[in-house]
Every structure is written in structure tokens, then in C-alpha cells.
Design a protein around this ligand. Structure first.
Ligand code: CU1
Ligand code: ZN
Length: 179
């Protein structure tokens, strides 16, 4: 009797350990930290130099080989993310929180998880390529920005390809101050 009970105990312990191990293996690797934008960095989508242009930037660290992709604007980041080969991937994505930093010269200390951010589409403020999506960590900051500069607030998952083109159309006046 004793012995059977011991065997049973050992067996269940072994099973527990096995479960714990395979569980640990399935856990995704820790999310990589954002990297700095450096002078000379080029946008992965449009090829232009990223530095020296206003508005929030984006970056992606790819799911597979942890390759860094940098984008001149949130708009170009979404143009890449929404491609069929990327849209279902767990790429790590960062954008600037424009509540924490200057529109003309966003600082990398303000990079936040793009998937948890809120975006103002169709505002009057331009990014590196003209119309862009203003990114914010907090929904109320995004709403405040939309009150001041127009546009509507979307969560990451609500942004579509159409928002990158037609959604920008309501913007008209402030579009020409590129220096
Ligand atoms: Cu560009
Ligand atoms: Zn670009």
C-alpha cells in the first residue's frame, strides 16, 4: 500500500515537472527594448533620412530574427505593419508618445509600445511625409490632441490601410509647411 502510494506520488511529480518544463519553452522571448534613432537612419518604407523631420516615428523589431526596421513616420510604420506578411506577426513595435515629447523633434525617451497606443488620424499636424497618425500612450491625450488639431482617435487594431490614405483626406490647411 505504502509503496503504491509512493509510486503514484513520484509519477505525478514527474508529470508536473514535465508540464512545467514544456510550459516554459513555449513562453515567448522577452520583448526587445526600443533602439535609438541615429543620424543616417533611413526609413524602411520610403528610404528617406529619418532625422530632422517632425512628427512621431515608428520602429519594428521583427519577430523572427530581431531585425530592426525604422520608419520616418507612424504612417509608414503602419504601411509596413499592415502588409499581409506582417499583419499577423508578433513584431515588437514602438512609436513616440507625443504627449511626452516635442512634435518638431521627438525624443527617443518617449518611445512606447505601439500596440497599446492610441492614434489620431486625419489631424492637421504633419509628420515627415505629410499627413500622419499622431501617437499617444493615453487615450485622453489623444482625444485632447484631436480637439486641438482635428481627426479621430483609433486604437492600434482599428487602423486600416484606408486610414493611411483616404482617412488623411480631411486634412487640408496645415499641410504645406515643410522646411
Ligand atoms: Cu518619407
Ligand atoms: Zn518613410
Amino acid at each position: 500500500m505504502q509503496r503504491t502510494r509512493l509510486n503514484w506520488l513520484l509519477a505525478s511529480l514527474a508529470a508536473l515537472t514535465l508540464t512545467a518544463c514544456s510550459g516554459a519553452e513555449e513562453q515567448p522571448a522577452a520583448k526587445p527594448d526600443p533602439v535609438h534613432f541615429e543620424s543616417g537612419d533611413e526609413c524602411h518604407v520610403c528610404g528617406m533620412l529619418i532625422e530632422g523631420f517632425p512628427g512621431p516615428k515608428g520602429q519594428a523589431i521583427t519577430e523572427k530574427n530581431q531585425q530592426v526596421r525604422k520608419f520616418c513616420s507612424t504612417r509608414d510604420m503602419f504601411a509596413w505593419v499592415l502588409q499581409p506578411e506582417n499583419v499577423n506577426r508578433a513584431h515588437t513595435l514602438y512609436v513616440h508618445d507625443m504627449a511626452q515629447t516635442d512634435w518638431q523633434n521627438p525624443n527617443d525617451t518617449a518611445l512606447i509600445n505601439a500596440r497599446e497606443a492610441f492614434y489620431v488620424v486625419g489631424s492637421s499636424r504633419d509628420g515627415a511625409m505629410g499627413p500622419t497618425l499622431a501617437s499617444f500612450a493615453s487615450k485622453s491625450d489623444a482625444e485632447g490632441f484631436a480637439n486641438d488639431h482635428g481627426g479621430r482617435v483609433l486604437a492600434f487594431n482599428q487602423v486600416t490601410m484606408e486610414d493611411l490614405t483616404t482617412g488623411m483626406g480631411m486634412h487640408s490647411k496645415a499641410g504645406m509647411d515643410h522646411q
